[in-house]
Design a protein around this ligand. Sequence first.
Ligand code: SF4
Ligand code: SF4
Length: 168
Amino acid sequence: MKEIITALGRTFIRMPIGMLVVLKHMFKKPVTLDYPRKKKPMAPRFMGRQYLERYDDGSERCVSCGLCAAACPSDCIYMEPAENEKGERYAKVFEINLLRCIFCGFCEEACPEEAIFMGHHYEFSADNRDSFIWTKEDMLVKHPRKDNPFKTLFRRVRKVYGVTDKTR
Ligand code: SF4
Ligand code: SF4
């Protein structure tokens, strides 16, 4: 008899309660994302992988001064300077070891040329260690840039007034 009462309770009380929970969530907006097809926009202050910027004429901003490497607490930036045909200094080699990088943003803050920026990109998993050594070719932005010109303006404002908004 006890088993019959328990079975009836499950069928007519607990099951409808469970179904009510299901119905309640059926019409709510899902909290999950169809990743990787859809990506969650990162917070403005999120610091992902680094980019190397160019001047408007396409020349590289980095003059290989080494300040970012000096500021880096993880000692993960390596560079070799060189001079171009105009006698301007640039980074012939510029590498960041992302396995050591802690994404603190000190390199960006230390750069006097606004050459290095922390972007919003975070998908760089790989199955071999060499892929985590990012070279200049991996980081240098294309020219001409195709993104919103306001982004450049925001970056300058952030630099001058200490605004913390990351616009990549
Ligand atoms: S984000 Fe921090 S740890 Fe990474 S390269 Fe820049 S200074 Fe170094
Ligand atoms: S990224 Fe900036 S701080 Fe680092 S070497 Fe280039 S110019 Fe200097």
